[in-house]
Design a protein around this ligand. Structure first.
Ligand SMILES: Nc1ncnc2c1ncn2[C@@H]1O[C@H](COP(=O)(O)OP(=O)(O)O)[C@@H](O)[C@H]1O
Ligand SMILES: [Mg+2]
Length: 282
């Protein structure tokens, strides 16, 4: 095609070329608009978080003190009162709901607290066991079967056991809340080589619950995203933050009607390595 030819393009071609150009422009505009909307949403989210964090911390602190006293009084009442069956039921519901409120507050406090890890060398298996102990009652009350698949305890890694335990608990509690009967929860532990050739700890928490619909799967780690009437939507955002602070990652695999797996990967930095870094003669 020479310049001459182009100058003598037929009008249909002219129109076609124009149409293509306009179409491209529209597409670009759409893309820009989409990106603008997305960053606006991020900003909004960040502002919302900052504000809510401050409010929640103040609120939660001031509400929690009287609540603790209510809890204690209720506990001592429960030991001394002689109640009939209906009264006992009322009493139990009140205690449970107060526990529920306390949980929500704790979640908010946890969320607004600036995170600081208290790292120690410990096998994540030990943390899984601690979490299981904490969850025993909960698992019984939701009638779940619970197994840990472990060939040998995981290598020791640098973690904050308290925080990691909280992450495990949040995930298992979600599984309990997702299904009433016949719930089976498995925690599978192993070490694996990951993409960069280093070894990592892999902890997979699987349930046979209803699964998470694809369209919301990306949202579940966002703060305040919940599908529950009484949910705070903070559980998994706290989990994600804890795992990220450990230099790890968390992903979700889910099949509707079949179940859900949360896969946590933690980097292994052996004590030897970290000692050598500080003390090359060692
Ligand atoms: N094991 C699971 N099975 C099905 N849905 C789940 C599971 N874990 C999390 N989800 C979904 O992710 C959402 C967010 O969870 P989370 O952040 O813990 O907040 P909350 O539990 O307060 O709703 C839940 O509302 C639920 O829809
Ligand atoms: Mg939750």
């Amino acid at each position: 095609e020479t310049i001459r030819d182009r100058n003598f393009r037929r009008p249909e071609d002219e129109v076609r070329a124009l149409k293509k150009g306009v179409h491209g422009l529209i597409q670009e505009y759409d893309q820009t608009y989409f990106e603008l909307e997305k960053s606006r949403e991020h900003l909004f989210q960040a502002e919302k978080l900052a504000m809510v964090g401050k409010l929640a911390a103040g609120m939660a602190h001031s509400v929690r003190n009287p609540l603790t006293s209510v809890k204690m009084r209720l506990f001592s009442l429960g030991r001394s009162l002689e109640l009939n069956k209906a009264q006992q039921e009322d009493f139990d519901v009140i205690s449970e709901e107060i526990g529920h409120i306390d949980n929500i507050l704790q979640n908010f406090l946890e969320f607004s607290r600036p995170p600081r890890l208290k790292l120690q060398m410990i096998s994540p298996s030990e943390v899984v066991d601690q979490a299981a102990l904490l969850l025993r009652h909960r698992l019984e009350s939701c009638n779940a079967s619970f197994t840990i698949e472990r060939s040998k305890p995981l290598f020791e890694v640098q973690v904050d056991p308290e925080q990691l335990k909280e992450a495990f608990v949040n995930i298992v509690v979600n599984a309990c809340e997702a299904m009433q009967d016949g719930l089976v929860i498995t925690i599978k532990e192993e070490e694996k080589f990951i993409d960069d050739g280093s070894q990592a700890t892999v902890i997979r928490i699987t349930d046979n619950g209803p699964g998470i619909p694809r369209r919301i799967r990306q949202k579940i780690f966002e703060p305040f995203f919940t599908t529950k009437e009484e949910g705070s939507g903070l559980g998994l955002s706290i989990v994600a933050r804890i795992i990220q602070e450990h230099g790890g990652s968390i992903t979700v695999e889910s099949q509707e009607g079949k179940g859900t797996s949360f896969v946590i990967i933690l980097p292994i930095t052996s004590q030897k390595e970290s000692v050598n870094e500080h003390n090359p003669d060692h």
